[in-house]
Write a protein that binds this ligand. Sequence first.
Ligand SMILES: [Zn+2]
Length: 416
Amino acid sequence: MYTHNIDKSVVLVVDKYSQEAHIAYSTAGVKYPVQYSRAKIEYTKEFFSILADLSNVQSGVGVFFYRRRIDEPSTGRGFVGEWQAQGEPYEDTLNDLVYEPYAILGKCPNCGSPVSELQEGVPRCRTCEAGLKGHILPLRFALTSVNAYSRYLDDNTAYIDLTDSGRLSTLIFRKIYGAGRERSVNPILPEESAKLRRLLARVEQENRNQLVSRPPSKAMPASLKPIRAYLDFQNTFPISGRGDSYLYADDGSLIFETVLEFWIVQKLGENPMQLVNQLISLKEETVEWFSNQVLFGIGGEKSDVLVLTRDAAGLRKRAIVIELKKDAVNNDTLSQVKTYAYWIAQLATAQAQTTSPFLITPVAVGHRVARNAQPFEPFSFEIPYAQSLEVRVESPRVYTYAVDTAANTLRLSRVR
Ligand SMILES: [Zn+2]
């Protein structure tokens, strides 16, 4: 498997029902958003979206947990860390990870459904509504402990305290507008993971907040089906509302935009330079970081995929902002970046050592290109930091994708 030097961490949301089982079994897990009825699974747009999120995880990626509130005080929840991912994400609907009185389940013990939800603070099967010992989390990956910080890092210290420099830029928008924006796997920037480590060390040193319980470790079941097996253009799946379908329709367009997102993040995870060099050819730059669904605005503005590069001296050099369209790339797709460039540039440069000028390279990928799609001309602007930074926004590059069934992958072709 390809190894690389990406400095990435992810934050996974846990709660009192799952946290100790995650720690005891050194296993992260997320929900399985499918339709389930009459003992039959149907895959949804959200399922492929979760697979895209999970594709950010390769061996060596840093992992922090975030314990969300059920009924504990603010000193008994927040960030817990730090682990590293081991191996690739997989699916396991068979094994329950039991840590009495709670458990991480592979399926509902009553009806076999792989989907649970919290109802009034209690996990229940979504299908038969049976009360459960914990959440059903069949999408998993293995962990090793890196630093068992002893205490919870509370929200106020993480988000509000100004005595530590910097802020949790990509997490704060999910936090402020929580519901609906929370994702189960949240990739964070290198400067954000550095801040979490500093603050976890600080609350430990100052004996603040409650101690994190560290249960004795238990043996982990062997991994099962890797999630990349779902990136299969040669076979059909039971797809919600479509019956048994390929991942693409008769006209060659993908059934969900999230399948394109899943493919792109999976390829970035396997070999980031190879995918990026298909989009723009980098000279003396390497990929520093990438993620899907990166929020950079209060209004929920986001980049479908964001890639950061650094130059030979290790300075952050460029943000590649990728917009994905299941169908047509139109003028709105291209002009979006123009409106948001200032905020993307701040997200990428405010807390990092960068080159000047800093570059923004917009890329759009769709199944086809609308007639009105007119890439804007390059432009530049200044960010008035203590030391002013010049940002140059390049003209958007437009690509189309096509399904290559023989090679079981997608092909990208440059249009503009
Ligand atoms: Zn059930």
